[in-house]
Ligand binder design. Structure first.
Ligand SMILES: Cc1cc2nc3c(=O)[nH]c(=O)nc-3n(C[C@H](O)[C@H](O)[C@H](O)COP(=O)(O)OP(=O)(O)OC[C@H]3O[C@@H](n4cnc5c(N)ncnc54)[C@H](O)[C@@H]3O)c2cc1C
Length: 416
């Protein structure tokens, strides 16, 4: 009675941890030579250091993420400020400011001029309530006024990062879901959290240890080429070195990306448009006291992160940038870092990482293409940040989808 999980990204690992924790027999089948998928760390030969494929920010209120981390014993591996304060710098005007939300859901910080975004009024913030009630087919631009100080200096950068989609065309419903789980719950739910020292150390390696300790197995470098179906169920998984036949009580959780999943399951509808994320890593120990996270307004860089051994930049919805020359990109991103942090223009050793299909485009149209976890086949369940989690393509969405898949699989077994 084995559950086969196709894909060792966060969705697959979350499902595996849930099932193995409940005493299930689990085998993960992963196409690449390592686990983690789009959330992975690797040793970079150019910088001679361990890098994350991208800086991944989660929020303190991401409940499923913290449940997962607690299970694998690494909830203390995410670091960040003691409150929800966030620093910003406008590279065109040279102006810097810090928002300082209070912890409770009663958002009195917007009444305080020294805590809210400079140049905004308390009433500006109430407009965000419309996103909480947004209909599924509406864009953000059709729901709120996408202009003014609050938009330019907080809402647009926040939603661009959360949706990885140009904010006005993003899904108002997905934006509303993010706000409902973060801003609407008060500052305690949206303290920024980053994996230290790496994504691999916080999210991936300890999950693999947790699984190994419970007898679960992982096959690497073994892409599933196709699935065989018979009598309303998956009857075998076909790998390069032959089929793995499924016994009548075995089941499958398909946690591969959408562009692979649609080739494995007949008539599966999946999102078709994807957006890039570009990260720049610069090898340099930051001077003492440097702000750990800064939102950049009006630059090429969008968010600058300070790690003990490097400064890193993230740019979302970066399809145009992903087509550009790496050297020119490194120069442009470093110019922004130098302006924000008052450093010299001399470019430190750098690495640009382009993830072209980082997430699905979080538009209303693409959102409607996301399938639920259940399928027409009795022993097949879907997982992945692209399934209908109600959230955009995020760590929280991926982990939640895995949790749902594990629960449905356990139910299938009870019903059998
Ligand atoms: C650069 C970047 C920055 C990001 N920043 C953030 C952030 O700040 N905050 C946040 O919340 N989210 C962020 N995300 C999104 C987050 O990384 C993803 O939502 C999450 O990792 C998706 O996990 P997944 O398991 O659904 O998919 P994946 O990670 O894609 O996992 C799918 C797995 O399936 C495997 N696979 C593929 N084909 C097969 C096959 N045929 N057989 C077997 N296995 C197969 C793949 O190798 C992979 O391991 C970012 C993503 C990127 C790329």
């Amino acid at each position: 009675m084995t559950v086969y999980i196709i894909g060792a990204g966060l969705a697959g690992l979350s499902a595996a941890v849930g099932l193995a924790g409940a005493g299930g027999d689990v085998e993960i089948i992963e196409a690449s030579a390592q686990a983690g998928g789009r959330c992975r760390s690797y040793v970079d030969p150019v910088l001679d250091m361990t890098l994350d494929n991208g800086n991944h920010l989660v929020l303190s209120g991401n409940r499923d993420t913290f449940d997962y981390l607690r299970r694998i014993g690494t909830d203390d591996c995410l670091e960040g400020p003691a409150d929800a304060r966030l620093d910003f710098h406008d590279v065109a005007s040279g102006e810097s400011w810090t928002i300082r939300p209070n912890d409770s859901a009663l958002a009195w910080w917007i009444l305080s001029e020294s805590r809210r975004v400079p140049g905004t009024r308390p009433g500006d913030y109430l407009a965000l309530l419309s996103l909480l009630l947004a209909r599924t087919h509406r864009t953000i631009g059709q729901t709120i006024a996408c202009r003014g100080g609050l938009w330019d200096r907080l809402v647009e950068p926040f939603l661009l990062a959360a949706l990885n989609t140009e904010a006005t065309s993003g899904s108002a419903a997905l934006a509303g879901a993010v706000i409902a789980e973060s801003l609407a719950r008060g500052g305690k739910a949206y303290r920024a959290r980053i994996a230290h020292p790496t994504l691999g150390a916080a999210f991936i390696a300890p999950a693999l240890d947790y699984l190994a300790a419970r007898g679960s197995r992982v096959r690497y470098a073994s892409p599933v080429k196709s699935l065989a179906f018979a009598e309303g169920r998956v009857s075998a998984m076909i790998l390069a070195d032959g089929p793995i036949p499924l016994a009548s009580e075995d089941s499958v959780i398909l946690a591969a990306p959408p562009w692979i999943s649609e080739t494995l399951v007949p008539d599966l509808k999946v999102p078709q448009i994807f957006n890039a994320i570009v990260n720049g890593h610069f090898k340099m120990a930051p001077p003492p006291g440097l702000k750990p996270i800064v939102g950049v307004i009006g630059g090429t860089a969008q968010w600058i992160f300070a790690f003990p051994d490097r400064l890193s930049v993230t740019v979302s919805a970066a399809d145009d940038l992903a087509d550009q020359d790496r050297e020119a990109l490194a120069q442009a991103l470093w110019r922004d870092i130098a302006k924000v942090h008052g450093l010299t223009d001399a470019l430190p050793p750098w690495r640009i990482v382009k993830e072209r299909r980082a997430t699905f485009a979080a538009t209303p149209e693409q959102n409607t293409l996301r399938p639920g976890a259940r399928t027409a086949w009795r022993n097949l369940v879907l997982a992945g940040d692209w399934t209908a989690t109600g959230l955009p393509s995020t760590i929280e969405g991926a982990i939640r989808s895995g949790k749902t898949a594990a629960r449905l699989t356990l139910n299938l077994r009870r019903d059998a």
